[in-house]
Design a protein around this ligand. Structure first.
Ligand code: NAP
Length: 270
């Protein structure tokens, strides 16, 4: 059972906060007392997340009206720096918790994958994480604050997947980037960890054909897909809090012990 309000003095920036795992993380961090800066490519979806976090008189109550939404394309040059400036102007401090969750898929077999699909996935999933982490770390170091950076990778970054050369490369890159940042920023009191979800029920996995989904679920020893809030957001809240104060550079798998995909020539999502 999580300690109540263990993030009550935290300001959390969450990218990809308008949907799926990013939204679930935003809800969970707010429930533990954090003020949340919810960022998404889709500004209206980020606003909707903020509405879900609750304001005065809402069911969630705990938020105390301290959240805000931001529209940003994390892959755009200069956008992350601008986002951090906006967040600091809004909350008068840099975020002490930074969760890079924005991500996309553009699946295709190697022989048919276009350069554009390769570039787009790397730009959002890897370069976007780099840009947000760099801007956030610069803001933290220059204000002398400690922090916890959490990057959402994927188990696919560790084991690969048919039809996902671009996605697997981007997510493997996030693991390496995170480990390196943990080494560079430890002396500034900034921790950096990655979370590697397996198959989680979100709009991203809803795009998968039912036949493939059924097959994938059959290969998960726990027997079901993960839940964005109950499974992934729990781990992120732990990594965000001081309960994980001596954990940095780690890659935490949240997979229900997913087996390596063995379907011949079949694509399998995240
Ligand atoms: P999702 O429901 O599609 O949410 C991703 C969010 O990121 C969307 O709101 C999307 O906005 C936003 N986004 C996309 N491109 C962006 C950009 N350039 N700048 C800012 N925001 C952007 O997917 P999800 O399943 O929650 O996935 C969240 C993260 O977990 C991703 O990094 C994904 O790779 C990772 N992951 C997911 C699973 C899984 O099984 N679901 C497993 C392993 C890892 P739009 O809707 O406007 O595009």
């Amino acid at each position: 059972m999580a300690s109540p309000l263990r993030l009550r003095s935290a300001l959390a920036l969450v990218t990809g906060a308008g949907s799926g795992i990013g939204r679930a993380i935003s809800v969970r961090l707010a429930r533990e007392g954090a003020a949340v800066a919810a960022c998404d490519l889709d500004g209206a979806a980020a606003q909707e997340t903020v509405r879900l976090l609750g304001g005065p008189g809402s069911e969630e109550g705990a938020s105390r009206g301290t959240h805000a939404a931001f529209q940003t394309d994390v892959s755009e040059a200069g956008a992350a720096k601008c986002l951090l400036e906006q967040v600091q102007a809004c909350f008068s401090r840099p975020p002490s918790v930074v969760v890079s969750c924005a991500g996309i898929t553009r699946d295709e077999f190697l022989f048919h994958m276009s350069e554009d699909d390769w570039d787009k996935v790397i730009a959002v999933n890897l370069k976007g994480v780099f840009l947000v982490t760099q801007a956030a770390a610069q803001a933290l170091v220059s204000s002398g604050c400690h922090g916890s950076i959490i990057n959402i990778s994927s188990i696919i970054g560790k084991v690969g997947n048919v039809g996902q050369t671009n996605y697997a490369a981007s997510k493997a890159g996030v693991i390496g980037l995170t480990q390196t940042i943990a080494r560079e920023l430890g002396r500034h009191g900034i921790r950096c960890n990655s979370v590697l979800p397996g198959f989680i029920a979100t709009p991203m996995t809803q795009k998968m054909p039912q036949k493939v989904l059924d097959k994938v679920i059959g290969m998960i020893p726990m027997g079901h897909m993960g839940d964005p809030e109950g499974d992934v957001a729990d781990v992120v809240a732990f990594l965000a809090s001081e309960d994980s104060g001596y954990i940095t550079g780690a890659s935490v798998e949240v997979t229900g012990m997913r087996l390596v995909w063995g379907g011949k020539g079949q694509r399998s999502g995240t």
